[in-house]
Write a protein of this length. Sequence first.
Lengths: 173, 183
Amino acid sequence: MKGKITMECKKVKEKLSASIDNELKDNDRQKIEQHLANCPLCRQEARFLSLAWNALEVWEKIEIPDNFEVRFWQRVREREPKKLPIKRLIRRIVEISVPAAAVIILVMGLILGNYLGNYLGNILYPIETKLSNNKVISLEKKDILYLDNFDDLPPESVGNVYISLVSQKKEGY
Amino acid sequence: MILDPDIKLMLEFIEGDISAFEQIMNKYKEIVINIAYRFIQDRSTAEDIAQDVFLKIYNSAKSYKPKARLSTWIYKITANICLNELRSQKKYLKNISMDEIGETRDFIQTNPFENLEKKELKHLVKEAIDSLPDRQRMVIILKKYEDLSYQEISEIMGCSVSAVDSLLQRAKQNLKNKLAPFL
């Protein structure tokens, strides 16, 4: 087909889609129609666009499946938070709280027992020591710093030699 | 001011009337499933998408505020779920190769358009739509099969009317290029 693409053709082509969709104002639509009447290239373009557009109509709708609503309400029920009956709720609370209470009582018993043991032990079995003025005092275990709390003295240290000498003197050397 | 009857139903549903929701679902289920089917081109997935759309409507009742027509809102939910589904499936456009066009063109030359069976044309149409980028595909479906205005489509797609026009121009050009050899 003979014809020359002009600036006007480019503008018309931009409006062909809206023209097919009846989205143009009357004024614009008339201008398009006038141009198409005189321009074979644009007329051909409009024709092919319309053919392609109309060809889409062959694609029919699909039917809704019979179980659509049944499936939907099933999904709604699955997603809703389950409401427990009162009796089951109470039983659930009891099932959780009784073992929890037992564990708490056990732990408290251990802590209390340890405390009482230390307290009674100090009273029934006091640790007595004699001071240099022959006065005897009772010491609580916490007040005594046992020698085994200290690290061993190095063999050639003054402290170790002193303790060796003292030990020998006690044994009568 | 006359209230959109669908918005009235939605408000009744929010008040606790389940039958109002059922009426909404009855009215829109065919529309929703067909938009999904034409977009995804898989019946099973389209049904799942339609279920998701109505679940979203059902669960959004408490936060629903009637700003636009209910149909616009439903279309918007449908379009968004379809677009997300396509992205999650990581479906890429299938470009019809020149060899395929050549073979089909040879077929058409010896078999004029009038002899092209409806089934074959439907297949070509499906492939042509499937080859479109996702947003072009959606506007084509909303315009051609739902006959919505550019203004309505712009509200659904969340873009301007001129953007809808531009998308449709490009989509139609692409469809023309795919289908013209057979028309």
